[in-house]
Structures are given as structure tokens and as C-alpha cells.
Design a protein around this ligand. Structure first.
Ligand SMILES: *Cc1c(COP(=O)(O)O)cnc(C)c1O
Ligand SMILES: [Zn+2]
Length: 447
């Protein structure tokens, strides 16, 4: 399969292009984000999306088995021999009637995409399989990332699988235990910085530049190529149909950016005839995107983005010493690195953004646990947001909605236990204390 990809700066005024054999995390000419682009006429893309489904028949082939590389023509930036896979992307799209009814939707319209079923327990593996394939291609020896937790878990897992040394930067006290335990167990050198995620993000870029390390945050454009496949799998599992809405939590905005790019390309290739709408949900304690888009009028504007709106807001954050706070630690980010690509995604998908408070995230998480496979707090922002969007009529009760549940329920057990034990919310299910006595125990059991 011929590789026909190159890197291109998203800044209209620059537009610099680079070979895929290079690795940058920002345009070396102007400092903006880079995109991976393809010369589609040189790639044999299947004529229709359902052709990808044939690969189930040859799933003993590791690339056909991977839920990412099964779609490899659509992320054709490296030769097969470099491709790293540990079985990522074996995820389930569940049509969940119980939650749909609870939200007042038609029962067969709500779909939950369980990305927690990935090898490291979050959607990040979709991106890492792609970025590590690139790292192998450019012969990287040592890599790094900043993380709210799941990136570090995924990086550490892929790094040891391809023999690349790895260092992860986390904000002290800001990481859920399930995730921290993974980074350490998978053998990453873990640097705890006295600061928040945004501080870690800045430090890791400088460290990577200084020491020549391969950077694995979603600034890395190859990661976003892998994350496009989450959308392909949703379409696949809906019988090659496109839903009406995609709902996703917004943190560093890599996922939402990659979803927009996926649909933009599928439309361009004639593989879909309609693009779903995108709803990105922030937590109120980390709502930069919501503030900039809904209150300050920030738009993609054909790539001519008004930087003064962004810089003005970031200056306010700096002068008030703002640090984001939410129990949904995976989206506790106030300077999202993919902001500009996300604006493009909102434009492509006629998207909307909103923020939900922590209490609602906790209740939504418990609802997903009560009636579904469960998820971590950030993922539940989707259902908390959907509830509002149904109530205010933005999303119709008979529209087909796919919510991306980004991380596994076991990532943040501390929060779950407190919610139930301390009866914090609507769905709390505290344990019942019982004496060590049969008659007393029997009295307590509800049958
Ligand atoms: C990383 C992460 C997010 C945020 O995704 P972005 O692409 O950074 O917006 C949300 N949920 C979970 C579980 C995550 O790990
Ligand atoms: Zn540039």
C-alpha cells in the first residue's frame, strides 16, 4: 500500500508542508498545529465503508484485528512494517434503552460507545497505536507526555511494547489512582510536578525540545489520526449509518478535533453523504472552550482565527492565577492545546459546546453504571450534557445520539466509592452495615 501522506500547518498564512518522516509537535515555521494530509488519489480507498467490514473475516491478521488499523487506508501515513498494535479498538457500541427512557428519549436512539474497553482502559489507545507507529518509523528511542492520567497509562503501555523509554509528567494530586497505578506498573518514569496539567504540558514541551524526546500528547498530529477510527467504528456498529449527534467530553480537545477531521475526510471521499452534529461537553470548572465559543464569539472563520480573543482570555486566567477544578480529572484543563483544530471540527459538524457541573457529572456517571457498563467521571459529562440538550430542545427526542464514553469505570474508584458511601447523589447505593448474625442479616436483605 503506497504511503501518500504529508504534514501541513493549519495556519492559512503559513501552510508549510513537511514529510511524514519528520517529527515536530508544532509547525517549525510559525508554531501552529500540524495536520496529517493525504494525496487520496494515490491511495486505494475502498469504494464504500462497508468494505472495511470484510476484515473481520481475516482477524487473525493483527492489523485486521485492530479496531484502528482495520481502517488503515484512512490513516495511511506509514508502512505496515512499522505499525504497532496491541489489540486496541475492540470496543462496543451499546444501544441503551434504559438510559434513553430515563432521559425521555425514544428507547432505541441512544448509543454508548465504550472506549474504556481498550487495552489501557481509555480511548487514548486509539491515538497511541498511531503515534507509536510513527515513533517507530522515525526510530525514536525515548518519549514523553504530560497527562491527567490516561495518556500516561496508554503511553507507558505502548512504550514498553515497542521498547521505547518513557517519561510521564503528572500534576501532583491531580491524577486518579487507577491511572497512576498503570503508569508505574507499566514501567514509566513518573515525574510529579508541583502544578496542574497546563503546567505539565508546558514543561513537557520544553523538556522534549531540550532532550530530543518524542512527544505523545495530542499536539502530536499522528495521534489524532488514530482517534478518527472511533467515529468509523460507531458508523460500523450502526450498520454503516451515520448518527445524528456525537457527544464527547472536551479536555485538551484532541478527540473532538479528530472526529471533525474524520467526517470532513469521509465526506470528501464520498464515503458518507451527511455529517453528524457534534456536542462537546466541558466541566464548569474547566470550561475554556464554552467560554470562548459561547460568550466571546470565537470561531474557525475559514482558518483565520481571531487570536486576540484567545490571548485575552488566557491573560485573564494568568492574572487571576486561575487553575481549573473538576472531579472529572481527565478534562481538568484550561488551555486546551487543540483549541484551533476543535474550532474547525465545530465548523465542519455544525457543533455546539456547553459545560456541566460536577454534581451532574457524578449523577450521570452513576446512571451509566446502574444501566450500562459504567465509565469514569469525564466520560459521564456526555450524558449530563445530553440531558440539558434534550431539555432545551437542541437535540430532538427521536434523533440518534452516540455518546463517547472515554474511560473505564475502574479508573477512578475513589470517586465512585465516595459517591455511594456518602450518599452524595440521586443514584447513591451505599453498603448496608450488618452484624455477624444470620437472623439480622436476613432481615436486612431486600428480595
Ligand atoms: C483524555 C480524556 C478526555 C479528554 O479528551 P480530549 O481529547 O483531551 O478532549 C476525556 N475523557 C477521558 C477518560 C480521557 O482520558
Ligand atoms: Zn506554520
Amino acid at each position: 500500500m503506497a504511503v501518500a501522506a504529508y504534514q501541513k500547518c493549519i495556519n492559512n498564512a503559513c501552510g508549510a508542508e513537511f514529510d511524514v518522516s519528520e517529527s515536530f509537535f508544532k509547525c517549525p515555521k510559525c508554531g501552529e498545529l500540524l495536520d496529517i494530509r493525504y494525496n487520496w488519489d494515490k491511495i486505494e480507498v475502498p469504494a464504500k465503508l462497508s468494505d472495511f467490514g470484510r476484515r473481520w473475516a481475516s482477524r487473525n491478521n493483527r492489523l485486521d484485528f485492530s479496531g484502528v488499523w482495520r481502517f488503515r487506508e484512512l490513516l495511511n501515513f506509514c508502512d505496515d512494517k512499522y505499525k504497532v498494535s496491541i489489540g486496541e479498538g475492540q470496543t462496543i457500541l451499546e444501544c441503551n434503552c434504559a438510559i434513553a427512557k430515563h432521559l425521555g428519549m425514544q428507547p432505541d436512539k441512544l448509543f454508548l460507545e465504550y472506549e474504556g474497553l481498550n487495552p489501557s482502559g481509555s480511548f487514548k489507545d486509539n491515538g497511541m497505536t498511531a503515534a507509536f507507529s510513527h515513533a517507530v518509523m522515525v526510530d525514536a528511542k525515548s518519549c514523553a507526555c504530560a497527562s491527567t492520567g490516561n495518556t500516561s497509562a496508554s503511553v507507558a503501555l505502548y512504550a514498553h511494547n515497542c521498547n521505547i523509554k518513557c517519561t510521564v509528567f503528572i500534576g501532583e494530586g491531580r491524577i486518579a489512582f487507577g491511572k497512576l497505578s498503570q503508569a508505574m506498573d507499566y514501567g514509566a518514569q513518573t515525574i510529579q510536578i508541583a502544578g496542574d496539567f497546563d503546567d505539565c504540558m508546558k514543561q513537557v514541551q520544553d523538556v522534549c525540545t531540550e532532550l530530543g524526546l518524542y512527544l505523545l500528547n495530542s499536539l502530536n498530529p499522528f495521534r489524532l489520526e488514530g482517534q478518527k477510527t472511533i467515529m468509523y467504528r460507531i458508523i460500523e456498529q450502526m450498520g454503516w449509518q451515520v448518527p445524528d449527534w456525537i457527544v464527547v467530553p472536551g479536555g485538551n480537545l484532541g478527540n473532538s478535533s479528530s472526529f471533525g477531521k474524520a467526517f470532513m475526510e469521509l465526506k470528501q471521499l464520498g464515503l458518507i453523504d451527511r455529517i453528524p452534529r457534534l456536542a462537546i461537553i466541558n466541566a464548569t470548572g474547566a470550561d475554556t472552550l464554552t467560554e470562548l465559543v459561547n460568550n466571546r464569539g470565537l470561531k474557525w472563520n475559514n482558518g483565520d482565527i481571531d487570536d486576540s480573543i484567545i490571548n485575552g482570555f488566557y491573560d485573564e486566567l494568568t492574572s487571576s492565577n486561575f487553575s481549573p477544578h473538576t472531579i472529572a480529572s481527565a478534562i481538568e484543563i484550561s488551555r486546551p492545546v487543540n483549541l484551533k483544530k476543535c474550532l474547525r471540527a465545530l465548523d465542519v459538524c455544525d457543533g455546539i459546546v456547553m459545560a456541566v457541573p460536577d454534581e451532574e457529572i457524578k449523577d450521570a456517571k452513576a446512571l451509566i453504571g446502574k444501566y450500562g457498563l459504567g465509565c469514569e467521571p469525564a466520560s459521564a459529562a456526555t450524558i449530563a450534557g445530553l440531558k440539558h440538550l434534550l431539555e432545551d430542545g437542541t437535540i430532538g427526542k427521536s434523533e440518534r445520539v452516540a455518546c463517547v464514553l472515554t474511560g473505564h469505570i475502574l479508573k477512578d474508584p475513589g470517586l465512585t466509592v465516595n459517591y455511594h458511601k456518602e450518599s452524595e447523589g440521586q443514584f447513591s447505593n451505599p453498603p448496608v452495615q450488618a452484624p455477624n448474625d444470620l437472623a439480622e442479616i436476613i432481615k436486612l436483605i431486600k428480595t
